[in-house]
Design a protein around this ligand. Structure first.
Ligand SMILES: Cc1cc2nc3c(=O)[nH]c(=O)nc-3n(C[C@H](O)[C@H](O)[C@H](O)COP(=O)(O)OP(=O)(O)OC[C@H]3O[C@@H](n4cnc5c(N)ncnc54)[C@H](O)[C@@H]3O)c2cc1C
Ligand code: FES
Length: 253
């Protein structure tokens, strides 16, 4: 059941070029599923910026609630200025997370900050060495929590800086997706073009693929229709409350 807490910042670390942040807040002691998210709004914010911002729960352990984010605009720039002791309103855990069996082969596909939900998934999995992670990223690897994941599971990274790099990533994704179909489960998170590519590659080979959407959100709880995405059967889907994780064939990308 989601709830709202005012939590203190425990630490904030800049990674890579400084536009990537690891934020650790006090633990809210929730039960959660990888793929679920929180809405964050620092207590110091006045009427502008108005809305809370959505972020994947990267991990939640005895040390706190871990968020990884990239500075892309006004809200994330202000969030990056938080310091230990600052207070943040946190709504969560929100949405529908990934649905997977612990016994099944799992292929994890992450694009950019879509790596975040896999941090906790890999850490909490009983046999992480049996998982496989493919990570496509544009910025340098130091900005992402990739190296720590590489120590726990089979992980490959692909930096895409050119059209050729993107083709190579597509080729590898296609091979891997076909390799895991039909018994394995494929979990993907990242920007829309990345998820669109994963969905297309999953079609026709019987792959059981779930995609986690990073749409723009306002309320995060199904009340404002700010996050609606088209469903394949023409129905509209609320990414915040019906997602952000959907079966790939459920949602139009
Ligand atoms: C369920 C969910 C989980 C997410 N998890 C993470 C995460 O773990 N780490 C992370 O870095 N980001 C994550 N995001 C994206 C993050 O919410 C946005 O980057 C953030 O809200 C941007 O706020 P801003 O005020 O800095 O940007 P704005 O000033 O509002 O916008 C700057 C740019 O970012 C785009 N943008 C704004 N909001 C979003 C959004 N929600 N998704 C994508 N693009 C957006 C705008 O179109 C614009 O181009 C997640 C989004 C969702 C919906
Ligand atoms: S963000 Fe308000 S309905 Fe989804």
């Amino acid at each position: 059941m989601p709830s709202c807490h005012e939590l203190q910042v425990v630490e904030l670390n800049r990674l890579g070029n400084g536009r990537f942040i690891h934020l650790r807040l006090q633990s809210p002691n929730w039960e959660w599923t990888p793929g679920q998210f929180v809405m964050l709004r620092p207590s110091s914010w006045g009427p502008d910026p108005f809305g809370a911002r959505p972020f994947s729960i990267a991990d939640l352990d005895e040390q706190g609630l871990h968020i990884y984010f990239q500075v892309v605009g006004r809200g994330t720039k202000l969030l990056a200025g938080l310091a230990p002791g600052d207070r943040v309103h946190v709504w969560g855990p929100l949405g529908r997370g990934f649905d997977y069996g612990l016994e099944n082969p799992l292929l994890l596909l992450a694009g950019g900050m879509g790596l975040a939900p896999f941090v906790g998934l890999i850490k909490s999995h009983p046999t992480p060495i049996n998982l496989e992670l493919i990570f496509g990223h544009r910025h340098d690897l130091e900005g992402y929590p990739f190296q720590e994941l590489k120590q726990q599971t089979l992980a490959w990274s692909f930096q895409d800086k050119s059209a050729e790099d993107l083709l190579e990533l597509k080729r590898v994704l296609g091979l891997k997706i076909r390799g895991y179909a039909p018994e394995g489960e494929i979990l993907a998170c990242g920007p829309f073009p990345f998820l669109k590519m994963v969905k297309e590659l999953s079609k026709g080979c019987g792959a059981r693929t779930q995609v986690s959407l990073e749409t723009v959100m306002m309320c995060g709880v199904g009340a404002c229709l700010g996050c609606v995405v088209p469903g394949e059967n023409k129905a509209s889907l609320k990414a915040c409350s019906q997602g952000p994780v959907f079966r790939a064939e459920e949602v139009m990308l």
